[in-house]
Ligand binder design. Structure first.
Ligand code: DON
Length: 579
């Protein structure tokens, strides 16, 4: 037998170790091994593409690719949506989440509508004045930072409820997220900046350092590995609901609560249930729009605003002209006044939905509209009707025509900045979406009253507006966006851009936006909003402010020849995938 020289032996050992590591990694990465085109260390953003079969659009290229792969593996739009949201929880930690909540809206190709509300709920220990001091003033930061700001997370329960409509095993849908967490993925410049900006907050508000705070300064191209999150996701993979709401994950959450005055207890977690909500539906110029019901304000707001402008020739007025912005801002003012007064969790407050979304109510609300003049929020109070920047949206349309729209959030970017030690995920600060004191604006400047006051078990009012549209009874659009209170207005403007201004979905999504929310009585404009229109608005009597960028809208539209036209907002790393 030939004697091996030490150097040869050394080389052979190196090769052997390499082979073992590689095969071990491959065995541990069944999803990525089977889908070699998805490379977590090298991927591209695709902003717009049309697909013959199924399409996904979301805030991150890897998450969108995962969704598309699930459809190619025999799954439907629900499989794709679940796998995309779970992947976002790893590759888009600022908003993709398992420690937050959201809304899933779907229309099956047979016309069946499904609305799953997996919004966070106030814990049993919550009370109306929990964020106020003795004299009754809001305690700075208590509803926004640290575990005290968290509602009971709903995302895992929501995804498991959604799974009833899917075709593939849940264990398969969560697998890509596990692999991204365990073996890492390369972060973008935007993510590096976000993680660096909140480094001190993560350290201050969490009981222990985390995967996000291991490095001094993150830069584009670094690999983020999240072993604790991978372990949490594996517990969910093995045990389903109990992998999150009971056992070690629940215990880690409750322990983190104790570090910064949090309220969520083991019983709260165990008792959390998603709720089915009947979607809001209305017609707009031959289109049928389907959106989310309370505890989202979004569906009602877009129903009100679109019906308010239906009698006007918006197409003729043109995109972002003085006439169209004047009209649309006045519809926004009126609808948002109603949000503050009438909307909250329908299980705790009687929301007059039927009246609010009726066409006659919309017309009555516009009866004092005067063309060419700024209205006044002092004079526009809520109508007489009887009977809440980081969130993320994903849309899927599959080969059959099933449409899913999911908007999900931690509320603020990276939520309450608290990473659950041992479990590796961020917690939400959704409690700030409640009205913590009547007349005191929340993080988004939104006011609220009794309808949205805090009660144990109650869900805080949301602006998230996952929306679907059919045209002549056929699936047509799935759309949505993040952006706090600007969300309903963004969706409203996006749909008007498509329906009235005949824009492509990509043009509609990228177009510059404006926002009015009743109070404060100002028109907020994106930084690239045309100067001459801003001057014209001021001359009409409007107060205006320029305000960076609003949201990251993602959508898919089915063209007349059946193509899935998918678009991701220019404003983020949003990316489309399909086949
Ligand atoms: O549910 C809501 O309305 C808010 N928590 C959404 C927050 C949000 O969109 C922040 N995004 N930029």
């Amino acid at each position: 037998m030939k004697k091996m020289t030490p150097s040869l032996t050394f080389l052979r050992t190196i090769v052997l170790v390499f082979v073992l590591v590689l095969t071990g990694k491959l065995m541990a990465q069944p999803f990525l091994k089977a889908h070699p085109h998805i490379n977590p260390y090298q991927y591209e953003i695709v902003k717009e593409k049309s697909f013959d079969n199924g399409a996904v659009t979301s805030a991150h290229p890897l998450a969108s690719m995962v969704g598309a792969a699930m459809m190619q593996d025999g799954g439907n739009a629900f499989d794709a949506a679940i796998a995309t949201q779970l992947s976002l929880a790893v590759v888009f930690p600022g908003a993709g989440n398992i420690g937050g909540g959201g809304f899933m809206l779907a229309r099956k190709v047979n016309g069946e509508l499904i609305g799953i509300d997996y919004r966070e709920a106030a814990p049993a220990k919550a009370s109306r004045d929990m964020y106020l001091d003795e004299p009754g003033n809001p305690i700075e930061g208590k509803s926004t930072r640290g575990a005290s700001a968290s509602g009971i997370p709903g995302s895992i329960a929501g995804m498991i409820s959604t799974h009833a409509y899917a075709k593939l095993a849940f264990a398969k849908l969560i697998e890509p997220a596990i692999e991204f967490a365990e073996f890492g993925y390369v972060i973008s410049e935007r993510e590096a900046k976000g993680l660096n900006a909140d480094r001190e907050n993560f350290l201050k508000f969490s009981s222990a350092p985390s995967a996000f705070t291991k490095k001094e300064v993150w830069k584009a191209g670094d690999t983020l590995i999240q072993p604790e999150l991978a372990a949490t996701l594996k517990r969910i993979q093995a045990k389903g609901l109990a992998g999150f709401y009971e056992g070690p994950t629940a215990e880690y959450i409750v322990k983190e609560m104790q570090h910064s005055g949090g309220y969520v207890g083991l019983e709260d977690l165990k008792n959390y249930k998603p709720k089915f909500r009947k979607p809001i539906e209305f017609d707009y110029r031959d289109h049928h729009v389907i959106s989310f019901a309370p505890p989202s304000s979004g569906g009602i707001l877009i129903a009100q605003m679109m019906q308010m402008i239906a009698p006007f020739n918006v197409e003729k007025m043109g995109l972002n002209t003085l006439a169209s912005v004047n009209l649309m801002v006045e519809s926004q003012r009126r609808a948002y006044a109603d949000r503050a007064e009438h909307m909250g969790d329908p299980d705790y407050w009687k929301v007059p939905t039927k009246t609010l979304i009726s066409n006659s109510y919309a017309q009555a609300r516009m009866s004092d509209y005067k063309e060419g003049v700024a209205g006044s929020s002092k004079l526009t109070t809520a109508g007489q009707a009887h009977e809440s920047e980081q969130t993320t949206h994903l849309s899927v349309i599959d080969k059959e025509g099933n449409m899913v729209a999911i908007t999900t959030t931690l509320n603020d970017t990276y939520g309450n900045k608290t990473i659950v030690a041992g479990a590796g995920f961020l917690l939400n600060n959704e409690m700030d979406d409640f009205s913590i004191k009547p007349g005191v604006p929340n993080m988004y400047g939104a006011l609220g009253g009794e309808a949205n006051s805090i009660q144990p078990g109650k869900r805080m009012l949301s602006s998230m507006t996952p929306t679907l549209v059919t045209l002549k009874g056929k699936p047509y659009i799935s759309i949505g966006t993040p952006g706090g209170t600007t969300i309903p207005n963004q969706v409203y403007e996006g749909l008007v851009n498509i329906i009235d201004h005949k824009m492509t979905i990509k043009q509609a999504i990228d177009a510059t936006r404006f926002h009015h929310q009743w109070i404060p009585d100002v028109v907020a404009l994106e930084s690239d909003f045309p100067e001459d229109i801003e001057t014209g608005l001021k001359n009409m009597g409007y107060k205006t402010i320029k305000r960076g960028k609003f949201g990251r809208m993602d959508g898919i539209l089915i063209s007349s020849d059946g193509k899935r036209m998918a678009a991701g907002d220019k404003r983020g790393d949003d990316s489309v995938a399909g086949y």
